[in-house]
Design a protein. Structure first.
Length: 413
């Protein structure tokens, strides 16, 4: 793999699709699982790509990275998706340079979430970058940029009410049940999938619906058992799925399968049921909506819920954008200084070499009558002063000459 050096911000892109222009079905065609993510990173070097990460959630699929042309990123992404590159490109938003950075900060803050301020995106972003980092595809630029975006997100959470209240996709599902189902404590609830969204949904059911009449099913039964023991719930093996579906009034699906986990045949002979599919791609066959006994709700339906909490969050958007601007500026200042690192290193080497010249040694003793000083300390003071002036004045060449003059000038210490 090509090693990651200093990156030119003009080659930084993000290409993605999200809920704004595509429905859950289309987004499902471009969703990326961890296995697909790993295969994609294996192929990245053959596309000339060495620094990137992919954010794939129920609301979006985005690829961030450095490339000569954004089409390289798009074609790489679509090697592992059901949808093709041409279709993705026709629906995608493409941003570069500062626009791409601003987009990442907005995503990390929850400003670009389907439910405004949804803080679950922070964990999803961390996991996406961690996966890419572990495979060697996150360099200094991207690491710093993401860390600054996460710091910005944390500052927004701590200093605004953008994520105030209890609104997220998992909570919206519980809110929908509360508003549409009566006598909830008498209803049998089945939750299929105990990953992060499933866990959050399950805890919200217990906390906000006040019921433990919940059965958990997960392909890895131990994960379901662990959560069930924590909350005092029941579990069932995946082999009993049809039986549990038949006996349930409400079914929530939060699996991560590439095909439908629940088909029409699973549901057609059941009684009246509410099915909430929180998965992308859909893990409940959409045709089940045509059954007279089934009410099928997906993430796009849940995002339409509006309440006082969301209205309050809208009022916090200007504050959040102000915080984002501050953190982006800090990142850009760091980036500008990174461009000067080669020059600073060259000056440091030059100053170290000057001190070894016999003529300089004689000059220092006879002309400057300079006292003994720590060479490394003096060089570092000169380099620090040069860096500070370059930040303020942006005069690289002039600072080079001035640094040498300062080094050979008499010391004031």
């Amino acid at each position: 793999m090509q090693r990651q050096g200093s990156k030119d911000i003009s080659r930084f892109f993000v290409a993605g699709i999200n809920y704004k222009k595509t429905d859950a079905g289309i987004r499902g065609n471009f969703a990326i699982s961890n296995d697909q993510y790993a295969k994609l990173l294996e192929q990245a070097p053959s596309y000339g790509l060495d620094e990137l990460f992919i954010l794939s959630t129920c609301n979006r699929t985005e690829i961030y990275g450095f490339a000569e042309d954004v089409s390289e990123l798009i074609h790489l992404l679509c090697t592992q998706t059901e949808g093709d590159a041409h279709a993705f490109h026709s629906m995608a938003y493409i941003k570069s340079e500062l626009d791409a950075i601003e987009h990442l900060y907005s995503v990390g803050a929850g400003l670009d979430s389907q439910i405004l301020g949804d803080y679950e995106i922070v964990g999803q972003l961390k996991n996406a970058v961690k996966f890419s980092r572990e495979h060697g595809f996150v360099g200094t630029f991207m690491d710093r940029m993401v860390n600054c975006a996460l710091q910005s997100s944390k500052a927004i959470k701590n200093n605004t009410q953008l994520s105030g209240g209890t609104v997220s996709v998992s909570f919206a599902a519980v809110q929908y049940i509360k508003e549409n189902i009566v006598n909830i404590t008498n209803k049998k609830i089945l939750l299929l999938g105990t990953g992060k969204i499933g866990r959050n949904t399950c805890k919200n059911i217990v906390d906000y619906l006040g019921t433990t009449n919940v059965t958990l099913i997960n392909r890895t039964h131990d994960k379901a058992r662990e959560l069930a023991d924590e909350l005092g719930l029941r579990t069932a093996p995946i082999e009993n799925l049809q039986e549990e579906l038949t006996n349930s009034h409400i079914v929530l699906v939060a699996t991560n399968a590439t095909q439908h986990t629940i088909t029409t045949s699973h549901l057609e002979h059941n009684g009246n049921q509410l099915i909430i599919d929180l998965s992308i791609p859909h893990n409940v066959d959409p045709s089940a909506k045509e059954l007279s006994n089934i009410e099928l709700v997906n993430v796009d339906d849940l995002s339409k819920l509006k309440d006082e909490t969301l209205l309050m969050r809208l009022g916090e958007v200007p504050k959040a954008k102000t915080i984002i601007t501050t953190y982006i500026q800090e990142f850009l200042e760091w980036y500008e200084m990174r461009k000067h690192v080669p020059l600073l290193k060259a000056v440091k080497v030059t100053l170290q070499e000057i001190h070894t010249y016999p003529l300089f040694d004689q000059y220092a003793k006879n002309v400057l009558n300079a006292p003994e000083v720590n060479l490394n300390d003096k060089i570092q003071r000169v380099i620090n002063g040069m860096a500070s002036k370059m930040r303020q004045q942006n005069q690289g060449g002039c600072q080079y000459i001035q640094a040498i003059n300062e080094f050979i000038a008499p010391s004031n210490n």
